[in-house]
Design a protein around this ligand. Structure first.
Ligand SMILES: Nc1nc2c(c(=O)[nH]1)N[C@H]1C(S)=C(S)[C@@H](COP(=O)(O)O)O[C@H]1N2
Ligand SMILES: [Mo]
Length: 441
């Protein structure tokens, strides 16, 4: 993919000379998938000024991802092409989460998979699947090779796994004091089925040197600054995770192309770890003789303090460790929070539970704010690293306001906390119990 020139250089002068060209540099991509009823489709600064009802004197200082508060407060929903019902948190880069009740499917459909972008996706019209290449290299790769997608499909066995992908910052919005970053509530998680080649098979075909300890990925998206020499994100996993059966170089999701915003035409998927290790628009993997040191690999990115800290603590970088397996968690995906239920009829409640690299052992539900719990039925996962369906029926003793709480426990006996767990500077790993509101009448 060709990199784009910086977009914000000399903006004032450019606007004076040629406002259309300035708009192009600042905002335009060949395909801009964010619209607010179509208005922001080709969001231009001029149009934005018209929308907020005034000129924007400090426009050149507006961060790339900012939705003007004047628009963000509007009730009109943002829509993302190919996505339905997602809540857009940010539009440059695009970040959108899925309301819990839209995650009720056993296998998450593409239209309901959240989007977490650190940069600007490659222009859709510039993605030529036939011309796409994946390079395998790095100092611990014995014979670096480059593959087309057709070659990957021909040369390696195909594998399909249902894999949970959850952003490390899912739940961040509940931390106090608040942590900077996308204010995810509960919807930065999904569990679709991915098809591709095993990362292990591809790495082995290129020779893994004895000193290999880590892999790192690179994707075709651009840094938000437009600087072609900076990548938005380049993370990776230790060899032990890379070589697991379920770690895939995927070209399909749910038996179709991977949705554009989720990494079409090729992505890495290492389920159970922070979503940030699953590189989208994948075009290069390096086998490293040291921990990968790409963008957002180092603390404080995707890292938490090694020891608990008081909320608001300024933690020195050397006291962080990189997040690996995600913690046990669950969602109530049915019914939708806020429903009214008829007194006297048992109510079916269901959702999913997952626990990073581990299986979930049990799920309990409570209708009395955690005073008593009943055990839910829990299904086996479709495969390792897939979430597990849980179901229960609850009965309400009298009319009124109730909450249904769900709590999962992993195979090592660790349960979800009722309250927000240990504060950390970047707001990762909030696995507090999910709850829904029910009016019984
Ligand atoms: N190339 C690239 N890969 C990426 C990202 C990105 O910004 N660029 N975001 C990462 C993060 S932080 C997460 S949580 C997952 C999200 O995957 P999704 O957007 O398909 O839901 O992709 C990861 N892979
Ligand atoms: Mo993420």
């Amino acid at each position: 993919m060709t990199k784009k020139p910086p977009r914000t250089r000399g903006l004032h002068e450019l606007y004076a000379e040629d406002p259309e060209k300035a708009d192009k540099l600042l905002w335009d991509r060949e395909v801009d998938p964010v619209t607010r009823r179509g208005f922001l489709k080709r969001s231009s600064l001029l149009a934005m000024a018209a929308a907020v009802g005034a000129q924007i004197p400090f426009a050149d200082r507006m961060p790339g991802g900012l939705i003007p508060a004047a628009l963000a407060q509007s009730d009109e929903p943002f829509t993302l092409h190919g996505k339905e019902g997602l809540t857009v948190l940010n539009d440059r880069p695009i970040n959108a989460e899925t309301p819990a009740h839209l995650l009720d499917d056993d296998v998450t459909p593409g239209k309901h998979m959240f989007v977490r972008n650190n940069g600007i996706p490659p222009a859709l019209e510039g993605i030529d699947v036939a011309a796409w290449r994946l390079e395998i290299a790095g100092e611990s790769c014995l014979s670096p090779k480059t593959f087309s997608i057709a070659e990957l499909k021909e040369q390696f066995e195909h594998h399909t796994y249902q894999l949970q992908v959850e952003c490390g910052g899912n739940g961040r919005s509940e931390y106090v004091p608040s942590a900077s970053g996308n204010q995810w509530t509960t919807g930065a998680v999904a569990c679709p089925r991915f098809t591709g080649a095993r990362l292990r098979d591809v790495l082995e075909a290129c020779g893994i040197a004895e000193d290999a300890v880590y892999i790192g990925y690179y994707g075709a998206d651009d840094h938000v600054s437009g600087d072609p020499n900076r990548e938005p994100i380049s993370r990776g996993v230790p060899m032990s995770k890379a070589l697991e059966d379920e770690s895939l170089i995927a070209w399909a999701m749910n038996d179709a192309d991977i949705p554009y915003l989720n990494g079409h035409p090729l992505r890495l998927v290492c389920g159970g770890w922070p979503g940030s290790v699953s590189g989208k628009w994948l075009n290069r993997i390096v086998i490293r003789n040291q921990k990968h040191d790409g963008t957002k690999m180092g603390a404080p990115s995707y890292s938490v303090p090694k020891h608990p800290v008081a909320p608001g603590t300024d933690v020195p970088l050397e006291d962080f460790e990189t997040i690996q397996s995600m913690p046990v968690k669950s969602l109530v995906t049915f019914p939708k929070s806020g429903i009214t239920h008829a007194l006297g009829e048992p109510m079916t409640v269901r959702g999913h539970a997952w626990a990073g690299d581990l299986p979930v052992q049990e799920v309990h539900v409570s209708i009395d704010f955690g005073a008593t719990w009943q055990k839910a039925e829990l299904r086996e996962p479709a495969n390792r690293l897939a979430w597990q369906r849980w179901t229960s029926a609850v009965e309400f003793p009298e009319p009124g306001y109730y909450e249904v709480w769900a709590k999962a426990t992993d195979s090592q006996g660790r349960a979800q906390p009722m309250v927000v767990p240990g504060w950390n500077p970047k707001g990762y790993l909030n696995n507090a119990c999910h709850r829904i509101a029910v009016q019984v009448a």
